[in-house]
Design a protein around this ligand. Sequence first.
Ligand code: NAD
Ligand code: DAU
Length: 340
Amino acid sequence: MTLIVTGGAGFIGANFIFYMLSIYPDMRVVCVDCLTYAGNLSTLASVMGKANFRFVKISITDQKSIGKLFEEEKPDIVVNFAAESHVDRSIENPSVFLETNIIGTQVLLDAARQWGVKRYHQVSTDEVYGDLPLDNPNLFFTEETPLHASSPYSASKASADLLCLAYYRTFDLPLTISRCSNNYGPYHFPEKLIPLMIANALNDQPLPVYGQGLNVRDWLYVEDHCAAIDLIIRKGREGEVYNVGGHNEMRNIDIVKLICKELGKPESLITYVSDRKGHDMRYAIDPTKIHEELGWLPKTKFSDGIRLTIKWYLDNRSWWEEIISGEYKNYYERMYGGRQ
Ligand code: NAD
Ligand code: DAU
């Protein structure tokens, strides 16, 4: 059994590789990643020496190299995590999002067709549904909710989903799609809310909360997402979309205050800054389908997951300190410098 994992040097892809190798120790896992700013080879250090693991530095947009790799490896399963993933960066510069998230997906779908892959899985996001209002807590995203993307990032992910469904219908390519809510956990790149707040709080730096901090996200511990994908690729029905989320809605401001409390830092570090353009108000997943069809339920309660995550950032300072002391400084200055 050979599994290709694209984007495996990033946050969720790396956690998925660890998850799969821990429960299927004999599976051959090939990680494809072109190591953008978000990809980090050191994250994969613990699996790099394994005989059944291979890392290949190529872009999913590079049709020739992807074709050659599929010819060599003849993968049974492909799971596509590779993407530009940060909404704020997509607002700053959309074009690379279209290139990677749409064209990259098309290159992988074509290779999967050509080489007879048994299952292609597209890792998508709840952001393709747009957002929900704050004043109706009984509304949730189901798999039938119309696509209504708000940012260039989510529009590119929605486009990729449509391409996948078209390849299923037109070419019978055996594929599945998962649309997951916000993940958190180890190896989360420090540009995202939770790791950014942990890193800034540990460095006694301002904690930049967009708008009033009232936006709601539905947080899921990354390992629970990995378990859901494993189930979908083994037991999910071809051509189907599965929403993944654990009914754990939290306001941004409450997350930031919780991080301050856990780290013993003062809430006076919290700084309200101008809002993200087009900022989605609320995401909330209805996970009934994956629960009823595949028996998936999240295992990690938020109160445990956030402590595990904070502990990981405390125990692995060198991992994120190296990131935030490099090119990230320029990004941070562009995004937050003088922002009021
Ligand atoms: P990430 O930004 O941490 O990692 C992305 C990885 O993809 C990096 O290793 C990067 O080097 C690689 N990559 C980027 N462009 C590439 C290319 N052209 N070719 C090969 N590799 C490339 O992202 P993440 O948070 O781990 O998200 C992974 C996937 O999960 C994405 O598709 C994202 O849309 C989806 N997703 C993320 C979340 C979340 O909360 N983070 C939730 C739902 C879905
Ligand atoms: O819902 C799934 C999505 O979750 C994934 O598809 C994306 O790849 C992932 O990045 C994430 O998107 P969000 O935009 O929800 O995540 P982010 O961590 O960027 O922001 C979470 C919330 O926190 C959002 O409402 C914006 C706010 N925020 C974020 C940052 C970085 C702040 O208030 N301050 C910040 O500095």
